[in-house]
Design a protein around this ligand. Structure first.
Ligand SMILES: [Zn+2]
Length: 184
């Protein structure tokens, strides 16, 4: 896992995921106001003259000075994030698929003005996507298993990382709006 340290602001608002190296840079430059979390993450550094390797132990949550505003931030959209949101389940037949077998389905078809936004997108298996074709779920008689939603910033951070630690999740959950996310 590359991005494993959660950066938060002084008020406890999640800001971003950091790689170990980015986190170490903040620590070494005295940018960390406080740090928190049980499981320490080790970063191995170089060897000294005696052949000993330096190890920096990082907390999984680092607070930095300043405050962030998520209002202006647009959550990126990708098939991977959609699949994570929909738990790798085809939203029509409910079967689980690997990412490579899931397609992006426009609930209201694109040809009929359906937009490329989270609220109009679900993942579907090839078979269901083809069967639904250029129809709405109602027209096709294929009800959606869950209503697609736009993730909040904190939900996006949770979806973007496969290995969120419990301590980190506690911070992200403050920004969750959708019940669905808590079951993940
Ligand atoms: Zn399906």
């Amino acid at each position: 896992m590359d991005h494993c340290v959660l950066k938060i602001d002084k008020a406890g608002q999640p800001v971003d995921w950091l790689s170990k190296e980015q986190a170490a840079t903040l620590v070494c430059n005295d940018k960390v106001v406080w740090s928190f979390g049980d499981r320490l993450i080790e970063l191995r550094g170089g060897f000294n003259r005696r052949g000993e390797r330096s190890i920096l132990k990082l907390h999984p949550i680092l607070a930095v000075d300043g405050r962030v505003s998520h209002h202006s931030y647009r959550v990126p959209l990708s098939n991977r994030l959609l699949a994570r949101r929909d738990r790798y389940l085809c939203m029509y037949c409910g079967q689980k698929f690997p990412l490579s077998k899931l397609t992006r389905d426009h609930v209201l078809p694109k040809s009929r003005g359906g937009r490329d936004v989270y609220q109009n997108l679900v993942v579907a298996c090839q078979c269901c996507n083809t069967r639904k074709g250029n129809r709405t779920p109602e027209e096709a008689g294929m009800p959606l298993l869950a209503v697609p939603f736009q993730p909040t910033f904190c939900e996006f951070l949770a979806l973007a990382n496969h290995h969120v630690l419990a301590d980190q999740m506690a911070y992200l959950e403050k920004g969750f709006k959708h019940q669905h996310m808590r079951l993940n």
